[in-house]
Ligand binder design. Structure first.
Ligand SMILES: [Zn+2]
Length: 305
């Protein structure tokens, strides 16, 4: 099941907060459906739970007869079409929400959002009708796909007025308007507000997991870089010593206190400074080894004929 479908299932289990809220939610579902005018009231959704909720709420609230049928949409995905088929019933539904059904441009009628609790219910309805949310493993993005420009602007304005900061954007895609929210925190805030705290939590957990993973990657990169540095220092030392040996001068030209370390380094290119120090007699500290290796390298490079 897609993440969107999971979110819709969770939203459909949400009990309206107050008695005023079902009207707002039902309005959100119908207004953001496929059509909402005297010629047709319908919405299409791939979520069975959303279709059932829309049909039930519309019937209970307005008394209209609501039909639900299944159609095959893209790639043979079954979808449900919820519609009010009778002309008089449609007028009844439109009246109930304060619309004539003959509006040239369909706008959000704020009278249906009676109290401060209602925008959340309205957005839940709109999301059930036209919303998608990207799987948080891929991205943090929630969208309302709206066929009408003015409605998309009304939606963005409403999202902007909420007590949480959502920074909604509107873009155009294939003749529709997409109202979108980006970012783990904001998507999660909106899901919580609409009534899907479980999905919101999932997003925040994914964000944390990703942050930990990035931190580990950075750490690993840092360690790899350090290893490279060590390896290139050792390579330079061995190259210098090799030059000394190739020239026939041999390690004997080095001062006595450096010879043992030079031989150890030459024979053990993979050892760290600490490990080299432990092999010396008497043992030498890491910084002591470092210092002497520098002298060895400089001398070897200079003494090489
Ligand atoms: Zn309310």
């Amino acid at each position: 099941m897609s993440f969107s479908a999971e979110v819709k299932n969770e939203l459909c289990k949400k009990k309206p907060q107050n008695l005023c809220c079902p009207k707002a939610e039902c309005y959100g579902m119908l207004l953001f459906g496929r059509s909402f005018n005297e010629a047709g009231i319908s919405l299409t959704t791939e979520s069975g739970a959303a279709a059932q909720r829309a049909a039930q709420m519309t019937a209970e609230m307005t008394g209209a007869i609501v039909s639900t049928r299944t159609v095959l949409r893209r790639a043979s995905h079954p979808a449900s079409v919820v519609s009010v088929d009778d002309e008089w019933d449609r007028q009844r539904v439109l009246d109930f929400f304060g619309h004539t059904g003959r509006e040239v441009t369909l706008r959000l009628n704020r009278a249906n959002l009676e109290n401060d609790c209602c925008p959340a219910a309205f957005l839940r309805g709109a999301f059930l009708s036209c919303g998608t949310v990207v799987n948080p493993q891929k991205d943090y993005r929630l969208e309302f796909v709206v066929p009408r420009m003015h409605l998309s602007r009304d939606m963005a304005a409403l999202l902007d007025e909420l007590p949480v900061t959502l920074l909604p954007g509107v873009s155009q895609r294939k003749g529709t308007y997409v109202v979108y929210i980006k970012g783990a925190d904001r998507v999660s805030d909106l899901l919580t507000l609409m009534g899907a705290p479980k999905a919101a939590m999932e997003i925040m957990q994914m964000k944390m997991l990703r942050e930990v993973r990035n931190q580990i990657n950075r750490q690993t990169n840092f360690e790899t870089a350090n290893l490279d540095k060590t390896a290139s220092a050792a390579a330079r030392q061995i190259h210098a010593l090799q030059g000394l040996l190739d020239s026939g001068a041999g390690l004997a030209v080095l001062p006595e206190d450096l010879r043992e370390l030079a031989r150890l380094r030459y024979e053990n290119p993979e050892l760290s400074l600490r490990e080299l120090g432990e092999k010396l007699s008497p043992p030498l500290s890491r910084s002591g080894v470092n210092h002497r290796l520098q002298r060895i390298t400089e001398l070897a490079e200079k003494l090489r004929p």
